[in-house]
Design a protein around this ligand. Structure first.
Ligand code: AMP
Ligand code: ZN
Length: 141
């Protein structure tokens, strides 16, 4: 599927918009979430633009799943959370705010009371902290 010039994640893939990159291969990219719920919150995406699980190709979702598992292991070691959720939203009712398929790799804390439709972009991550965490996660990849 062709890339979408209006999509923020396509712009990250092309380098037009910067990101704190964790991992990249031919088909996928993983980077820090700009507005993390907890330390280590990051995203894994296909490089091609697929809006949702309903349209992504079997090959692309398999590739993103592999990247997600790889990065999740590094996040687990880097931030030692109480748990870690892999989460993926499709459509506004599910809380999806960026229409380019992505898995959230989401460290959890006991009693964090996190709901699936948390308030996106509530607290932008502090750049220095995000950079430190990205370096630490990369060291476990
Ligand atoms: P969702 O609401 O499930 O579609 O998730 C979109 C996620 O993308 C949110 O957690 C945002 O914080 C994150 N996000 C949006 N723009 C950027 C960006 N430029 N760089 C990194 N993360 C982003
Ligand atoms: Zn896109």
């Amino acid at each position: 599927m062709a890339n979408n010039p209006n999509c923020i994640f396509c712009k990250i893939v092309s380098g037009e918009v910067p990101c704190l990159k964790l991992f990249e291969d031919a088909q996928t990219l993983a980077f820090m979430d700009i507005s993390p719920v907890h330390d280590g919150h990051c995203l894994a995406i296909p490089k091609q633009h697929y809006p949702t699980v309903f349209t992504i190709s079997p090959r692309a979702i398999a590739a993103v799943a592999q990247t997600t598992a790889k990065v999740a292991k590094a996040v687990e070691q880097a931030v030692k959370p109480d748990g870690l959720s892999i989460m993926q939203a499709n459509g506004p009712g599910a809380g999806q705010s960026v229409g380019h398929f992505h898995f959230h790799i989401l460290p959890r804390r006991i009693d964090d009371q996190l709901l699936f439709n948390w308030e996106r972009y509530q607290t932008p991550g502090e750049r220095v902290r995000l950079t430190e965490l990205a370096e630490r996660i990369r060291s476990f990849l």
